[in-house]
Design a protein around this ligand. Structure first.
Ligand code: SME
Length: 166
């Protein structure tokens, strides 16, 4: 049986090893993307201290049926912006560049979208399948510079695990 919450504060390498094991166990053999994103959002919230938002945006057609954009997926936190164009804000930058965005001060990020005024720092990691972005994992914190390179690498490993499960 996996613990779905660490018993005590852990160093980053152990924290992400446990988080990945739990995410792997929860999503294994389950083809429903919404269920998997919902459980992983809850896991992120349980495992990572000092967050005010943790969840997913999915790549989906725009309402007019034209270009793809990011659409809100399962999350824990306050209600958030529903649709984000590629290239807009931190999430849109991650989707457009297909690269992790580690932002120490969201107020200094051009075009940052303030869904929750409490957010001070942010980590957004694209989920790539066959080289194309299918979703992003978004973490927000009320603490400036909350996220480290170790967090970025850990969430990238989570994104790689989820690529075939969303
Ligand atoms: N701040 C994000 C928008 C999403 S919310 O934080 C949940 C951004 O600039 O992309």
């Amino acid at each position: 049986m996996y613990d779905f919450k660490p018993a005590e504060p852990l160093p980053a390498d152990e924290l992400y090893r446990e988080l990945l094991a739990a995410a792997g166990a929860l999503t294994e053999g389950e083809p429903d993307a919404v269920a998997n994103m919902a459980n992983v959002a809850a896991l992120l919230w349980e495992f990572l201290p000092d967050l005010n938002w943790a969840g997913f945006y999915r790549v989906a057609p725009s309402k007019k049926g034209g270009d793809e954009e990011l659409v809100l997926g399962p999350f824990v936190g306050r209600p958030a912006c529903i649709r984000i164009p590629f290239g807009s804000g931190v999430c849109g930058a991650a989707a457009q560049s297909r690269a992790t965005q580690l932002v120490a001060d969201v107020h200094a990020f051009p075009g940052h979208i303030a869904c929750d005024a409490a957010s001070a720092s942010e980590l957004v990691v694209p989920v790539l399948r066959d080289g194309a972005v299918i979703a992003v994992i978004d973490l927000d914190s009320p603490t400036p510079a909350r996220f480290t390179e170790a967090d970025a690498r850990g969430i990238e490993a989570l994104a790689a695990l989820l690529a075939s499960r969303l």
